[in-house]
Design a protein around this ligand. Structure first.
Ligand SMILES: *[C@@H]1O[C@H](CO)[C@@H](O)[C@H](O)[C@H]1NC(C)=O
Ligand SMILES: *[C@@H]1O[C@H](CO)[C@@H](O)[C@H](O)[C@H]1NC(C)=O
Ligand SMILES: *[C@@H]1O[C@H](CO)[C@@H](O)[C@H](O)[C@H]1NC(C)=O
Ligand SMILES: *[C@@H]1O[C@H](CO)[C@@H](O)[C@H](O)[C@H]1NC(C)=O
Ligand SMILES: *[C@@H]1O[C@H](CO)[C@@H](O)[C@H](O)[C@H]1NC(C)=O
Ligand SMILES: *[C@@H]1O[C@H](CO)[C@@H](O)[C@H](O)[C@H]1NC(C)=O
Ligand SMILES: *[C@@H]1O[C@H](CO)[C@@H](O)[C@H](O)[C@H]1NC(C)=O
Ligand SMILES: *[C@@H]1O[C@H](CO)[C@@H](O)[C@H](O)[C@H]1NC(C)=O
Ligand SMILES: *[C@@H]1O[C@H](CO)[C@@H](O)[C@H](O)[C@H]1NC(C)=O
Ligand SMILES: *[C@@H]1O[C@H](CO)[C@@H](O)[C@H](O)[C@H]1NC(C)=O
Ligand SMILES: *[C@@H]1O[C@H](CO)[C@@H](O)[C@H](O)[C@H]1NC(C)=O
Ligand SMILES: *[C@@H]1O[C@H](CO)[C@@H](O)[C@H](O)[C@H]1NC(C)=O
Length: 679
């Protein structure tokens, strides 16, 4: 499934022979680089090396092609080992793909088969825009020029006006096994959408035209786009440079460019058009975590009707499940017969039902015959789970139900298993769409922590739940002390008293830390869990091991690709699998699925919500920019949890937010357990 490109192999073999690799010794961090701290973070670490002092590359062996040219890039000095092992020989491919799209690819020229240092995203996994069969340098909106002085650098300009839209001039290209960097000068981010659209305003008296263009960097590794005064630095911890320059010019031939045209070129030409949605999905939906049973659901629906508020969809969070296990029904609170009757009534009234499905699959306790869990057993029999690289067994992380596993979507049978589980569950719980959660994918421990410990299952999540003792939530929106001063005063007192008790109590063991800062590159070795370059992620200690399946967890494809390469694609893949499963559950209907983890191109299969926000005016404000950004990125079916997910909302905020979100394509009120309910 994952093919590694071996283009230009022959050319490079001859080069490699001409200059024996054994003549080159790989130094550790070069003193020159170590001495000059980076001007841009790795996590604002003042001792971090400056990769712009690496030697860069020289281009040679240029070959003109019908659609552009190819060349070899050779490291122009000793390896600098800034945040990884320098790759000595690279292939450059420049292709004028359509009149409005220019592609620049830079990737390791030759590495032994299976060498993970060369991870090229396959077109089956992430759409790779291609040549239209007719464009060349002569009929392109854009032109690439380059220089070898002092080292390889390139710029992309408009053919018509000469406007320079991207330029690495004045900086070096860095290409190491765990670190890639390039910098462009500029005249003036749960998911990953590696592209930007730039608008340059010009309303001078001379009748200057405002211009717009875009750049898409097709790479799914962990990455940073550091926007600084006058420059943009693009850094990623692996893969290749695969840049698509979009002219933003339409076919009119007058050279005019626009933001709208650029966005169209990204969505149409690079990632694919968004999925069409069923009409009802645009209506108002009510959800919360903490609906205790079917009667509560029935009252909810009745109350909306009594208040004459249209309610299109009713949703359930993890409350419906037995012990948080996907595809089950809690026999006491959401029994199958009542579930069927409840949804049948919704359908009779023209309403719809959407339940949650979590991304983790509970791994049952092998010592306890009554703990058997068929969805796991069926997947395990097919070998469709991600693996623990240390034992070769399945990877066992931790989530709501306890130690759990995750499907490996690179295994073809995962789809058939997923479709079949959803079809069977649909008999018990006749849903109209599926909400996929925790698809980053989320894990509550570091590494394959359930390995050898499945006999402890079902373990409790390693934190207290919102309705556990001493976990009352006293957060209210900004200004609550003004809009409801009396209540705010009593909340402040209750909050202080809970904090005082908590300060003297240890409710749970303190979790062990997985934090390690920057590591030194080791010649010939990639450090997957603690790469030399520390991405400025929001997680504690910026750890890649925190909150998700470990980077060294391994897939079942021929190259044993790891989560280091695929992490950002899990959500994209499970949404795709769910979309295809729903096509089987509801033939000839537009599938409705909404997911948390997304990547460029996710809009083809899924809707998206903003994830866990807070009941604050700030979160409401942020959701406007989020919605517009997702629309620009080809995922228009977006909405944020109305009135805020965590914390308590209040009348002022919630009424404003309900009004505002009516203008969003996806319109759902959702709320954490045990806070003041919105509905
Ligand atoms: C490739 O084409 C360019 C013009 O676009 C020309 O200047 C150059 O000499 C050609 N190089 C080779 C190796 O043919
Ligand atoms: C989406 O799922 C379909 C059906 O299983 C599969 O053929 C396709 O390769 C998947 N696409 C991606 C991008 O994973
Ligand atoms: C704005 O347009 C004017 C008129 O064409 C031109 O002279 C000027 O260079 C433009 N300014 C920029 C910053 O592109
Ligand atoms: C940004 O760079 C320009 C040109 O170098 C300089 O004049 C300006 O003061 C800088 N602005 C800030 C906020 O640093
Ligand atoms: C502005 O764009 C129009 C076409 O959209 C073109 O005719 C005109 O020459 C442009 N003006 C400048 C100053 O580039
Ligand atoms: C459902 O849950 C509510 C809220 O906890 C409770 O008051 C009610 O008794 C429950 N109903 C049934 C039938 O269990
Ligand atoms: C075995 O598993 C069942 C179902 O999860 C559970 O109810 C029961 O308490 C477990 N037995 C023991 C001894 O843990
Ligand atoms: C994978 O990562 C875990 C967690 O850091 C570590 O304990 C384990 O040794 C690693 N295994 C391999 C084979 O790298
Ligand atoms: C309300 O709380 C804010 C934030 O804590 C504080 O700045 C403000 O002074 C308070 N206003 C009143 C009227 O107490
Ligand atoms: C004040 O807050 C309390 C608790 O959240 C709520 O019950 C009450 O309705 C609020 N009063 C107003 C005027 O919003
Ligand atoms: C992969 O290729 C790099 C660069 O040639 C080399 O340093 C490294 O040892 C190779 N790793 C493996 C596992 O072959
Ligand atoms: C993948 O892992 C399997 C099982 O550990 C091993 O036999 C195989 O050689 C590995 N393949 C590659 C390309 O590393």
């Amino acid at each position: 499934m994952l093919t590694k490109s071996v283009a230009a192999l022959a050319a490079l073999l001859s080069l490699a022979n001409a200059q024996s690799p054994t003549e080159r010794t790989i130094p550790t961090l070069s003193p020159q680089v170590a001495a000059a701290p980076s001007l841009t973070p790795t996590i604002l670490d003042p001792t971090a090396p400056n990769p712009q002092l690496c030697p860069g590359y020289k281009a040679s062996s240029l070959i003109n092609t019908t659609s552009g040219f190819t060349a070899t890039l050779t490291l122009a000095g000793p390896a600098c080992q800034a945040y990884g092992n320098d790759i000595e020989f690279l292939t450059l491919e420049v292709q004028y793909q359509t009149s409005s799209r220019l592609n620049v690819k830079i990737y390791p020229a030759y590495l032994a088969p299976g060498n993970q240092t060369r991870y090229i995203l396959s077109p089956e996994l992430v759409l790779a825009p291609t040549w239209d069969g007719k464009t060349g340098k002569g009929n392109s909106d854009l032109v690439l020029t380059w220089s070898n002085e002092p080292t390889f650098q390139f710029k992309v300009s408009r053919t018509g006006t000469g406007e320079e839209i991207f330029s690495t001039y004045g900086s070096v290209i860095v290409f190491e096994d765990q670190f890639l960097e390039l910098r462009t000068s500029m005249v003036d981010v749960y998911g990953t959408y590696p592209w930007y659209q730039e608008t340059r305003y010009n309303n001078t008296a001379a009748g200057g035209n405002t211009t717009a263009h875009g750049v898409y960097a097709r790479n799914a590794h962990g990455q940073e786009w550091l926007l600084r005064n006058g420059s943009l630095t693009y850094r990623t911890i692996g893969g290749s440079f695969d840049l698509y320059f979009l002219s933003g010019q339409d076919d009119g031939g007058d050279g005019a460019s626009s933001a709208l045209e650029t966005i169209g070129q990204f969505i149409n030409g690079c990632v694919g058009l968004p999925a069409m949605q069923m009409y009802w999905t645009f209506g108002f939906h009510q959800c919360r975590w903490g609906y205790e049973n079917i009667s509560v659901m029935q009252s909810l629906v009745q109350n909306y009707r009594a208040a004459n508020i249209p309610l299109e969809g009713v949703w359930n969070d993890i409350d419906i499940y037995t012990l948080y296990r996907d595809f089950t029904n809690d026999a006491n609170t959401f029994p199958v017969d009542e579930m069927r009757a409840f949804v049948a009534q919704l359908h009779a009234d023209g309403q719809h039902y959407v339940p949650i499905v979590d991304s983790n699959i509970y791994a049952p306790n092998p010592e306890n015959a009554s703990d058997a869990y068929a969805p796991f057993e069926r997947a395990a029999a097919l070998g469709t789970f991600i693996r623990d690289p240390t034992t070769g067994d399945f990877y066992f992380g931790d989530n709501w139900p306890g130690f759990s596993s995750w499907a490996d979507w690179l295994v073809e049978s995962s789809q058939a298993w997923w479709t079949s589980e959803l079809m069977m569950w649909h008999n018990d719980t006749p849903f109209d769409g599926i909400w996929i959660d925790l698809s980053e994918p989320s894990s509550f421990c570091a590494g394959s922590c359930g390995n050898g410990r499945l006999d402890e299952n079902p373990v409790h999540p390693p934190f207290l739940l919102p309705n556990d003792p001493l976990q009352a939530n006293y957060n209210y929106p900004e200004g609550f002390n003004i809009s409801n001063a009396t209540e705010a005063a009593s909340v402040t007192a209750a909050s202080a008293s809970q904090a005082a008790i908590l300060s003297t109590t240890t409710l749970l063991p303190v979790p062990t830390t997985t934090t390690r800062g920057r590591t030194e590159p080791t010649p010939g070795v990639r450090n997957l869990n603690f790469p030399p370059y520390v991405l400025n992620s929001v997680l504690v200690g910026h750890s890649l091991l925190k909150g998700s399946v470990a980077p060294n967890a391994t897939h079942n494809d021929a190259s044993n690709t790891t989560e280091y390469e695929l992490h950002n694609l899990f959500g994209y893949q499970i949404s795709n699998a769910t979309y295809h499963a729903l096509l089987s559950v509801f033939p000839n209907k537009r599938p409705f699925t909404i997911g948390r983890g997304t990547f460029a191109g996710s809009g083809k299969t899924t809707a998206h919500w903003g994830g866990d926000n807070t009941s604050t005016w700030g979160s409401m404000f942020l959701s406007i920019a989020q919605a517009l950004t997702f629309m620009m990125s080809g995922l228009p079916m977006f909405g944020a949890d109305i009135c805020g997910f965590s914390g308590n909302t209040d009348f002022d905020l919630c009424s404003r937010w309900m009004s505002m979100s009516a203008f969003f394509p996806f319109y759902r009120n959702h709320n954490v357990k045990a806070s003041q309910a919105d509905a």
